[in-house]
Design a protein around this ligand. Structure first.
Ligand code: NAD
Length: 502
């Protein structure tokens, strides 16, 4: 790719690569070195309409295709993703900036979702009851609905679309994906595989663009439902628009995940586990912990010292440099210069509000990557519940440490927070762990696990301001989102036995 003359990406609609009608486009940048990788078109309403029309046309026949046959295309996709695993992981790293070990972990998760969706012949089974009244049977059918749209964030260019796409399609719907304009290349690579899997034209479509394309998809009269993942302010708008236009909606939003460290926690193991949770992917995971809540003075002092010491040892650099490639702890850049400036200004606000800076990652220079968007690990202590740093999703390698007198104090702080995506406790005490599991208002709970991101066989999603949905992502649960339950109540009147043929 010539970065002085980057190629313009295309949409994939009705089984073909097409150039969008909209003329605007923006650069796709490698966040490690600022190189321009491509230009991504900003599709407009006409481009979205083209994709939705293709999906609508394909729906009838696809929904009647036997479920096992639909899954056979999915199995081929899983196989191609496995065969191209390393290239896809590198593509994620190149455009998003996460380490290669992180990108590989993301690809494993994406493939796992395709594998699970291949169980659709079982996952979408209905239920029935015989004799729910005299000689009357009741039956619940689960039927595909129509055209679903998905709007994806930048931080998991492969995995997040796959929380939805395989389940929607294997259950007999057709699909229009709007990937993040900041990381569109990963889905370009996936669609080159999708076109080899024999899906009929129009079943899976890709539209590139920004909020204009998202809004066109959400407002489109021929779209039946939207899965959205991104920040909460946008998630709320999407949910409102879906309610207004009568669509199914699941909108997963922002996070501020707490790690609660109890006095009996096994600190020698816990500190390393917290490091991966807080700083992996440069803190740009919705399941990244960004608050460490210590219960008791001694726990607080020990965690401040030990966490800061290990955070200092984390390598920061271009994740595709030879000496970082297999460093599971190394962190790359944040996604953009805008993100870097926003994170740095939040650190400054924290200091002005009285936080103590234990480790300052601002101003880090990476030789050969002067145009990259790097921030080193940053740790702030003496942060108060309710302060800007505690309320705001920072989405960078910035960790705040708070002190509480009791588990109750920590649970109250979590439960008063706007967001409730994930939360973890470190303890050996079953009573504390049980209280945490049952009383904490977060959707994904960890006990001695710093990133309690569930596997694809279980649902994924938060609570309160972290989600605008009744049904969460992935697993058997999401099949309920993509299918309508139709309830049949049935009886037959008695008949004479048929007259035997002469
Ligand atoms: P974002 O909200 O800025 O963008 C997400 C998507 O929405 C993009 O495709 C973007 O083009 C589109 N968009 C942006 N503004 C829009 C608008 N006004 N109307 C319609 N569409 C719009 O999020 P991001 O910066 O790409 O991703 C980071 C955020 O995503 C963080 O808040 C993170 O916590 C969240 N996230 C949440 C989960 C989860 O499971 N809850 C998972 C991953 C990321």
């Amino acid at each position: 790719m010539d970065s002085n003359n980057p190629s313009l990406l295309q949409n994939h609609v009705d089984g073909r690569w097409v150039t969008p009608a909209a003329e605007d486009s923006v650069d796709v940048q490698n966040p490690s070195d600022g190189r321009i990788l491509a230009r991504v078109p900003l599709s407009g309403a006409a481009d979205v309409d083209h994709a939705v029309a293709a999906a609508r046309t394909a729906f009838g026949e696809w929904s009647r295709t036997p479920v096992a046959e639909r899954c056979s295309h999915m199995r081929m996709l899983a196989q191609l993703m496995r065969e191209n695993f390393e290239d896809l992981a590198r593509q994620i790293t190149e455009e998003m900036g996460k380490s290669l070990p992180d990108a590989r972990a993301e690809m494993k998760r994406a493939i796992e979702n395709v594998d699970v969706a291949c169980g659709m012949p079982t996952l979408m089974q209905g239920e029935n009851v015989t004799n729910c009244a005299a000689d009357i049977d009741g039956e619940v059918l689960r039927l595909p609905i129509g055209v679903f749209g998905m709007i994806a964030p930048f931080n998991f260019p492969a995995m997040v679309p796959f929380w939805f796409l395989p389940y929607a399609v294997a259950s007999g719907n057709t699909f229009v994906l709007k990937c993040s304009e900041q990381v569109p290349l990963t889905m370009q690579a996936h669609f080159r595989l999708i076109e080899r899997c024999g899906f009929p034209p129009g079943v899976i479509n890709l539209v590139n663009g920004d909020k204009i394309a998202s809004q066109a998809l959400v407002e489109h009269a021929d779209v039946d439902g939207i899965s959205f993942v991104g920040s909460s302010p946008v998630a709320r708008k999407i949910a409102e628009a879906c309610a207004r236009t009568g669509k199914r909606c699941q909108a997963l939003g922002s996070a501020k995940n707490y790690l609660v460290v109890m006095p009996d926690a096994k600190l020698d193991r816990v500190v390393q586990n917290m490091l991966t949770s807080c700083l992996g992917c440069a803190g740009q995971r919705c399941m990244a912990a960004s608050v460490i809540a210590c219960v008791g003075d001694q726990t607080y002092r020990q965690v401040c010292d030990q966490f800061t010491a290990v955070a200092k040892s984390v390598n920061v650099g271009n994740p595709l440099d030879d000496h970082f490639m297999d460093d599971a702890q190394a962190i790359g850049p944040v996604i953009s210069d805008d993100a870097k400036r926003r994170i740095q200004s939040l650190i400054q606000v924290g200091i002005e509000e009285g936080a103590t800076l234990l480790l300052d990652g601002r101003g880090i220079q990476i030789s050969g990557c002067e145009d990259g968007h790097f921030i080193g690990p940053t740790v702030l202590a003496d942060v108060q519940p309710g302060s800007t740093l505690e309320r705001t999703e920072i989405f960078g390698p910035v960790v705040i440490i708070l002190k509480f007198d009791s588990l109750d104090g920590a649970i109250t702080a979590i439960n008063q927070h706007e967001y409730g995506n994930g939360a973890s406790i470190y303890t050996q005490n079953g009573y504390w762990a049980r209280r945490f599991k049952t009383e904490t208002l977060a959707g994904m709970i960890g006990v001695n696990v710093g990133i309690p991101a569930p596997v694809a066989y279980l649902p994924f999603g938060g609570m309160r301001g972290s989600i605008f949905a009744d049904i969460k992502g992935q697993s058997k649960e999401v099949v309920r989102f993509f299918t309508e339950s139709k309830i049949v109540t049935e009886r037959y009147w008695p008949e004479e036995d048929p007259i035997p043929a002469e």
